[in-house]
Write a protein that binds this ligand. Structure first.
Ligand code: NOJ
Length: 614
């Protein structure tokens, strides 16, 4: 199974918050013309805080695509100083940590996921000093910095690979996955393999050793004439896979991770981590028949993905990261087929692997993301109960997929549906991962072509640019993202109404809803850390649950997943809660604000309701 999913694919699986200083907040809200927002209290109630918990356990983590967040130097491309200038906004929203997509030096074939130096910052994004300042100022704003770490592959321009590809005897040669190929007339060789026929060292015709295809199209094997060998690449050919069976690779990569941990980063998001190992016998992947979206033969990924060896590396990595103070965290890009597979990535009962492998089952359902309360209930219950008490990490949006508002939206009630997804994300018992612009209801804006110069060989347009358009800060030029009219991708056309400045003035906006629900999650003991019991469990239209804690009143959450009003009676008997009168804490329809009982509650289309039980 691969890691990301272009929009056309039929299977998405490819796939101590202190009181806020108003002065500090005001100073940084002023960044780049965004008007001041009214400060909200960030002090947690004693009841809501469990000091034994690591910080990440209740965190809201916010993914930033650095190219698209805030341009500080007028080149039309976002940068680190731009992010630093927005820390006040992030703090106000209630963000505990930002995950920054790769900002390392890179030829940008895969927009940074092709790294050519793991211990530096690409000049487009700034300098090491800028990164250090972001980390330091982030600490002042209680916003930690998590970096993306791409361990599966490097750029083909990384000096490691340049050396490795220069000669079979180069000390770095074995850092990558090389193969001499097999005779072109070997039994079972397919026409597809024959298309990649080359001349081996002995002058005989050779073809790639098996049927593996790249997730980004074409054979996964690329010929290098200088060494008369193929190398393996899961992604673009400019992203050669590292050979994790060579201990020197692990050492070099752990050293680079230490480089950043020493600088104070709070952890890493591990890119494509299940892809680290391939079958040493290079067996053919199962043939599934037909062609995939890239026109290549459709094959499974049994021998190229989620191999057991990866877990030894992850356990050593966890121990290495745990040697640093401050609960540094490992987050995994783990598109997995089931919750039981996900549990393995936590280390099961041993809890000794990733603290937060991403659950992609709740937010990315497969063929057609559909608002279906039954499916949501099943996946949420599973991840809450079947991972040996580990902490779920739920996510609906990222830089690789059409935005959730467009996947789940119906084009009519998108704002309510976006609020509903946020309600689920922030009121379940999880660590919440969101993507920049999700809080505004930013839409996917398909790009006819890239507006930046891209290296030869890069597919144009990148089918994923639509979810990577510049952050919409204001209704002014370039949405306040840049002073340069030539931004790397065009600003989405709806920026005049969908932007931080406008939405922050509207109490009913999506931004206001996100602020409200994130604040509730932080300050309400039941939502922050209470147990979850699903209610009305056979209802296909309404997802409802109760959160219970010894430290305060229970909280019920109900969300209408349909375009028609739904009336529910929520019976708390099975959850051990005695009260029956309720007080609304948050509702996105006025009719829900005065509800006082759990009997016959009518939820208008796609509405969300959160209430405490008295
Ligand atoms: C997953 C990343 O999210 C995606 O953007 C990238 O193209 C691949 N991994 C390869 O690094």
């Amino acid at each position: 199974m691969m890691s990301i999913l272009p929009h056309s694919s039929p299977c998405r699986r490819f796939c101590g918050s202190a009181a806020l200083s108003a002065v500090l907040l005001a100073a940084s809200f002023g960044a780049l013309n965004t008007p001041l927002l009214a400060p909200i209290a960030h002090a947690q109630t004693a009841a809501a805080t469990s000091s034994a918990d690591p910080w990440w356990k209740h965190a809201v983590i916010y993914e930033i695509y650095p190219r698209s967040y805030q341009d500080s130097n007028g080149d039309g491309i976002g940068d680190l100083n731009g992010i630093t200038s927005r820390l006040g906004y992030l703090q106000h929203l209630g963000i505990d940590a930002i995950w920054i997509a790769p900002m390392y030096p890179s030829p940008q074939v895969d927009t940074g996921y092709d790294i050519s130096n793991y211990e530096a910052v690409d000049p487009t994004y700034g300098t090491l000093a800028d990164m250090q300042r972001l980390i330091t100022e982030g600490q002042q704003h209680h916003v930690r910095v998590i970096l993306d770490m791409v361990l599966n592959h490097t750029s083909d321009k990384d000096p490691w690979f340049v050396e490795a590809a220069s000669s079979r005897t180069d000390p770095k040669h074995d850092w990558y996955c090389w193969n001499d190929g097999i005779p072109a007339n070997s039994p079972g060789v397919t026409d597809y393999q024959k298309k990649n026929e080359q001349t081996g060292l002995d002058g005989k015709k050779v073809v790639p050793p098996n049927n593996w295809v790249s997730g980004f199209g074409g054979s996964a094997w690329q010929w290098v004439p200088a060494v008369h060998q193929f190398y393996y690449h899961e992604f673009f050919k400019q992203q050669p896979d590292l050979n994790w069976r060579n201990p020197a690779v692990e050492k070099a990569m752990f050293d680079s991770m230490r480089f950043w941990l020493d600088k104070g980063v709070a952890g890493f998001r591990l890119d494509a981590i299940p892809n680290l190992f391939e079958d040493p016998q290079l067996r053919n992947n199962p043939v599934l028949g037909g062609v995939n979206r890239n026109g290549d033969p459709k094959v499974g990924d049994k021998y190229t993905n989620n191999l057991p060896e990866v877990h030894d590396v992850i356990r050593r990595m966890r121990a290495m990261v745990a040697s640093y103070p401050g609960d540094r965290v490992l987050i995994g890009e783990t598109y997995l087929p089931s919750t039981s597979e996900l549990d393995v990535w936590y280390g099961g009962a041993a809890h000794n692997e990733l603290q937060l492998p991403m659950d992609m089952l709740v937010g990315f359902h497969g063929d057609h993301d559909k608002l279906d309360a039954t499916t949501f209930r099943k996946h949420i219950e599973e991840v809450e109960t079947q991972v040996h008490g580990s902490q779920p990490l739920i996510v609906f949006d990222n830089h690789d997929n059409k935005r959730a508002i467009d996947r789940y939206g119906d084009g009519v009630h998108d704002d309510l549906i976006n609020k509903l997804l946020a309600t689920v994300l922030f009121t379940t018992k999880d660590t919440a991962l969101m993507y920049y612009g999700e809080e505004l209801g930013m839409h996917t804006t398909p790009q006819p072509k890239r507006s930046m110069d891209v290296p030869p060989g890069v597919p144009k347009p990148d089918g994923r640019d639509g979810e990577r358009t510049p952050m919409q800060w204001t209704a002014g030029p370039q949405a306040g993202f840049s002073t340069n009219p030539h931004t790397w991708l065009p600003v989405a056309p709806d920026f005049k109404s969908v932007n931080v400045a406008t939405e922050s003035k509207d109490p009913n906006s999506e931004l206001s809803w996100f602020e409200q629900i994130i604040a509730l999650r932080r300050d309400n003991a039941a939502i922050r850390n209470g147990n979850v019991t699903m209610l009305d469990t056979s209802n296909p239209s309404v997802l409802s649950y109760v959160r219970t804690t010894d430290s305060g009143p229970a909280v019920v959450v109900a969300t209408n997943f349909t375009a028609t009003p739904q009336t529910v009676t929520l019976n708390l008997a099975g959850s051990g809660v005695n009260g029956s009168t309720v007080k609304t804490l948050a509702a996105d329809d006025p009719s829900l604000k005065s509800i006082s009982t759990l009997k016959n509650v009518t939820l208008p289309p796609y509405t969300s309701w959160v209430a405490s039980v008295q």
